[in-house]
Design a protein. Structure first.
Lengths: 115, 116
């Protein structure tokens, strides 16, 4: 099972840039790295996905080094509404088998943004 | 926008009852999933399905079963509810290719089940 390791919690202030790093040493060749955001009493919501180098959308950027054993989610100029749990996911590299469904969410990172 | 709807937001059942949790998605997604979420444990996969009438066990299938008779509907069944099944249950769907292939999971808002 390809597990990920993230900090349990992080704190920031409004207007700062936040970087959350995720380790995934067993990532498979075909796996993408996906980040989700979850607010209390809601299901997780897709933020961004990437395979290598850098991906940017209107919400965040994702940095992936060449070895792909880690990734960093970057949230520019956070606001109070960015307070949430952030999950990093990669697929499970089961040789010869389907990796569908073998996504490990882990405990995620609780980001708290203060005024 | 994809919509995944779970039939109940809150549910209270007694030990030993048979419980049905229903999930419907409106985007013709092939894949559907049931997770449970508990404090300190994150989301854990119970079952998933990649086609009608097809199902695969996830990481914690014991005490649960599923049914997928139509593409848009995926039901989670607790055959005999127990107190350790008190949890938040989340349904998700995705396009063919799975969550790791540019096919994000779309989640419902969850059903908080309490078994007394």
């Amino acid at each position: 099972l390809a597990k990920t390791t993230q900090p349990i919690s992080m704190d920031s202030y409004e207007g700062q840039e936040v970087n959350i790093t995720c380790s995934h040493n067993n990532i498979a060749t075909n796996d993408y790295i996906t980040w989700y955001q979850q607010f209390p009493s809601q299901g997780p919501r897709f933020i961004i996905q990437g395979y290598k180098t850098k991906v940017t959308n209107e919400v965040a950027s994702l940095f992936i080094p060449a070895d792909r054993k880690s990734s960093t989610l970057s949230l520019p100029r956070v606001s109070l509404s960015d307070t949430a749990v952030y999950y990093c996911l990669v697929g499970d590299p089961v040789p010869g088998g389907s990796t569908l469904g073998r996504l490990y969410f882990g405990r995620g990172t609780q980001l708290t943004v203060w005024p | 926008d994809v919509k995944v709807t779970q039939s109940s937001r809150y549910l209270v059942k007694r030990t030993g009852e048979k419980v049905f949790l229903e999930c419907v998605q409106d985007m013709d997604h092939e894949n559907m999933f049931w997770y449970r979420q508990d404090p300190g444990l994150g989301l854990r996969l119970i079952y998933f399905s990649y086609d009608v009438k097809m199902k695969e066990k996830g990481d914690i299938p014991e005490g649960y079963s599923v049914s997928r008779e139509k593409k848009e509907r995926f039901s989670l069944i607790l055959e005999s509810a127990s107190t350790n099944q008190t949890s938040m249950y989340l349904c998700a769907s995705s396009l063919l290719g799975g969550g790791q292939y540019n096919s994000p999971l779309h989640f419902g808002n969850g059903t908080r089940l309490t078994v007394t």
